[in-house]
Ligand binder design. Structure first.
Ligand code: AFP
Length: 352
């Protein structure tokens, strides 16, 4: 089967970007390192149990307090090794409690979730590597300071999804989002979708509905309205998808629209939701915004938020702009939220 004629390969794409803006030279080297490491990751994941018990839990836990899976640690080591061969000053990872300093003379830092969705490894569901590339701060007081910048300062960001296809989804510099897919026969990534645009409207929502009883009223009201379909105030039927893998939901929304919600809720430790600002919300927000979508913490644009700590959590809502704006209205206008909630009569504004 020949490669689809005319599709640009990843190397040529980066060369062209650097030719247009020489300042992107260092970032291009980091992206090349991510691509090479992800090809190795893709091969290991593709073997599944033939490679080993990748989904087995280890005695160790990560910053989440989550038990680490074999593949979490393997992925972290693999990408850290890759960044040692690239112009990277320091790395923050979900699998490491502190920043890892590599070459302090370099001008870039990388925050990553080396393997997101690891609870899906043994279920053979798409999982991913999520990355955020930031410029170092000239006056930083310690390695951590470089990472406490709002996501709008990212120079490049995105994720690799290890699914039926292994695809590298990223935005670089001021460019639009790009999707490059791995041709295993050649061992190279080729452009699959140039500048995808997130559909402005949304007929599909992604949320873990088992947490309904823990949600605040605005989220309940929005989901209730989605479930009311054409009989409700949104006047359209909705479908629901929840893969339990951020990169899989993000990839689907990038290509067919929809809205993803992981709000804060009343469970212990979930006041700010489950997802991390630095290496999950910011990279996803970066590629979604560059594709015409929106990303918020239910109210504020994700990319404007200054992280309070390197592993800080943040509520995350992203996807079709009209839907993200509507969720913000349910939060900013509680009267609107209350009047919209068809079950308003059965509950007050705030949960008892
Ligand atoms: P794991 O890496 O522990 O599998 O978590 C995946 C994730 O961070 C993100 O990819 C999913 O969207 C979200 O958690 C799923 O969370 P719930 O298991 O609470 O639905």
């Amino acid at each position: 089967m020949p490669q689809i004629a005319g599709t640009e390969d990843f190397e040529a794409h980066l060369d062209r970007a650097v030719a247009l803006d020489a300042r992107l030279g260092g970032v291009a080297q980091v992206l090349r390192a991510i691509a090479v490491a992800s090809i190795e990751m893709s091969g290991l994941i593709g073997l599944g149990r033939l490679y080993g018990r990748l989904g087995d839990s280890r005695a160790s836990t990560n910053t989440d307090g989550d038990v680490q899976k074999e593949l979490d640690v393997l992925a972290n080591d693999l990408f850290v090794s890759a960044f040692k061969r690239a112009p990277v000053a320091a790395v923050v990872s979900e699998e490491m409690s502190e920043p890892l300093v590599l070459d302090p003379a370099c001008l870039l830092v990388v925050a990553m979730d080396p393997l997101d969705g690891s609870s899906n490894i043994d279920a053979n569901v798409s999982i991913g590597t999520i990355f955020s590339i930031l410029p170092v701060l000239a006056d930083a007081n310690g390695a951590e300071a470089h990472f406490l910048q709002p996501g709008r300062t990212q120079i490049a960001a995105g994720f690799v999804i290890y699914g039926p296809q292994t695809s590298l989804v990223f935005a670089l510099g001021s460019g639009q989002t790009q999707i490059f897919t791995l041709d295993r026969r050649a061992g190279r990534f080729y452009q699959a979708v140039s500048a995808p645009v997130v559909a402005s409207e949304c007929a599909e929502y992604a949320i873990n509905a088992s947490n309904y009883r823990h949600w605040d009223t605005p989220i309940r009201a929005f989901i209730d309205d989605c479930e009311q379909g054409t009989e409700g105030p949104l006047k359209r039927n909705h479908n629901m998808r929840w893969t339990g893998s951020l990169v899989a939901d993000a990839y689907r929304i990038l290509l067919r629209g929809g809205i993803f919600l992981y709000p804060g809720d009343q469970r212990a430790g979930y006041m700010d939701g489950r997802l991390r600002l630095l290496y999950e919300a910011n990279p996803v927000a970066f590629i979604i915004e560059r594709a015409g979508g929106k990303a918020s913490d239910c109210l504020r644009p994700i990319l404007d938020i200054v992280p309070s700590a390197i592993h800080a959590r943040i509520p995350l809502v992203f996807g079709s702009p009209a839907a993200v704006e509507l969720v913000a209205r349910y939060h900013s206008d509680l009267q609107f939220s209350a009047e919209h909630a068809p079950l308003f009569g059965k509950r007050g504004l705030m949960r008892l």
